[in-house]
Design a protein around this ligand. Sequence first.
Ligand code: AVJ
Length: 322
Amino acid sequence: MQENTTQIANSVFAEEVRKGLTDFPKHLSSKYFYDATGDELFQQIMAMPEYYLTNCEFDILERNKAALANLFGEEVDDFSLFELGAGDGKKTKILLKYLSEKGVEFDYRPIDISQNALDQLEASINLELPKVKINTLQGTYFDTLKTIGTAHNKRKIILFLGSNIGNLLHPQAIDFLKQLRAAMNEGDLLFMGMDQKKNPQTILDAYNDKAGITAAFNKNVLTRINNELGGDFNLDNFIHWEVYDPETGTAKSYLVAQHECKVRLEALDLNVRFKPWETIHTEISQKYDDEVVSWLANEAGLSLVTSFADEKNYFKDYIFKK
Ligand code: AVJ
């Protein structure tokens, strides 16, 4: 079963890579950054001083945990806390700890694409917060939304932290929010972290750190292609490049070929040519403001309940209802 799922996942990866590298201009999806190495690199990114997002959201949760516990538990005696893309749960543990110390009835249902991440999260929760009832679910956001469903018999609080939604272009984000809405009942809440527009230099620094961790993270997609699809990308021929458009709030990551080269992808029986300075677009990290957030919510049929910001207004967590 596990093997089967892996094979299907591999063939989706293979076909998306074929499509992306034969398109013009070339592109690869940022969801393929995350294997064991990519997870580790992302942990390092979250610990970098330039990557302000994590600290900001950590502060927001820390300072508002009591208010959040009230909102989540309001008028119900039990609820389920779902989390999409839970990762290591570092930020969520602030809430889990507070709720469990206050004796609030709830269960925690983290969802992640990585079974490895879920296993580690479950082990650490059992150790650090043994009173928290945890139920892990492996899968993509889209698969698991169906599982979350409207049939769930308790109030659902759906957490989607870290501005993970920023990987989606607005039309995709609206579509995703619509699917979330469809999984919600009256009274359910969606709690979503969304990184804010700010000084463009601050954003560029966060996505182009001096130590080169983000560059290594970006190039990890090429390493995966080399390892999993028999590729022979020379990583040194590619540079990490970040641009930010302050008008649209879109940060974009590229890998840029410094020299002409030919890459062989054995598993796809495919040869790919790069001209000098040809690009592969690998990620978008969208930045928001209140107007854009209201527009997205409105398009998806969600309404804004309230929001929480850090002191610098770098980052906001929004609460939506159906
Ligand atoms: C996990 C999508 C929120 O876009 O900020 C970090 C990923 N990419 N540095 C982001 C990422 C480069 C991150 N998200």
